[in-house]
Design a protein. Structure first.
Length: 173
């Protein structure tokens, strides 16, 4: 199992796609964006769900946390069932988010990868994408890494996703 953590628009999803292409065995991809997309619309308007403020701040409530915990357990169960999995996540709570994953994965072997990107570059990507609230990339660029312990880190500021994916693949080979 590989867990990538980085802020919005840092390049995680591109790295995941490249990992799937360069790793010799098939790897499933699970991302936090897919979990958010799977939520009912009401969860995006309730304080108990997930909220996206105009300045890019993201808030999460108890109902979101409960569903997130179930999702994490499900991803871990998929690995326990024999699949190789790479996860694309945003640790809004820094070390506390990593701890939630540690509890879900238990004794599974995990490669923890930090995906960094200078906030100005991530913000430019965010603007070009057009599908993110402006300000998310800048606010998350450092926040998501606070207190998180990684096995390795990559920086997509000036490095292509494929190069990052090859470095990660070399680390697990």
């Amino acid at each position: 199992m590989i867990i990538l953590n980085g802020g919005s628009s840092s390049g995680k999803t591109g790295i995941v796609r490249c990992l799937q292409a360069v790793l010799p065995d098939p790897w499933l991809a699970f991302g936090i964006d897919s979990l958010v997309d799977a939520l009912p619309a009401s969860m995006q308007t309730s304080p108990e769900g997930i909220g996206f403020a105009a300045d890019g701040a993201v808030t999460v409530g108890a109902d979101f946390r409960a569903l997130e915990a179930a999702w994490m357990e499900g991803v871990a169960a998929t690995v326990r069932a024999g699949a190789r999995v790479v996860v694309d996540d945003v640790f809004l709570g820094g070390a506390a988010s990593q701890q939630r994953w540690r509890e879900a994965v238990g004794d599974l072997s995990v490669l923890w990868v930090g995906v960094r990107c200078e906030s100005t570059v991530a913000a430019a990507r965010e603007t070009a994408r057009g599908d993110r609230t402006r300000g998310m990339a800048a606010s998350q660029a450092h926040l998501v890494h606070e207190g998180v312990i990684y096995d390795m880190e990559v920086d997509t500021t000036h490095t292509e996703s494929l190069t990052c994916a090859r470095a990660i693949a070399a680390h697990i080979s």
